[in-house]
Ligand binder design. Sequence first.
Ligand SMILES: [Zn+2]
Ligand SMILES: [Zn+2]
Length: 160
Amino acid sequence: MTTTRPLSSTAERLHDAGLRSTAPRRAALEALAPGGHLDASEIFEAVKSELPGTSLQAVYGVLGALTEAGLVRKIEPGGSAARYEARVGDNHHHMVCRECGRIEDVQCAIGAAPCLVPSEDHGFTVEAAEVTFLGTCPDCRAADAAGAAETDDAGRASGA
Ligand SMILES: [Zn+2]
Ligand SMILES: [Zn+2]
């Protein structure tokens, strides 16, 4: 699912967030603009295609600044490697396939969601609830079903 919303220019968004508009920052934001959850090396590839002199280290620096400024959200759903997304500020959640790592957005719970109110706050001020739904995506489930039918022997061996 992609969300299309009218965005002011990338340079303006950086400015509004109190950041200087630099070419690597603009390129990283633009790489994330179409939606999805990219890891640093995917963003690096996109930035590098525009700015060949860019280093991965520089991209990490850019992502840190963008995350700090609230233009980018960093997620590590289910303990996966850090991924970045441009969809910020809506406290949405993620569904993660345990097999292939596919990540989908899930709207924040609408209406009463008692599980998002901690039964004990340990004295914390709660600002966000991060929920990760772990499971198996349809593609992997189909592949598993096909694989199970074909490799019955292998299944028995590992079960022994
Ligand atoms: Zn999958
Ligand atoms: Zn997301």
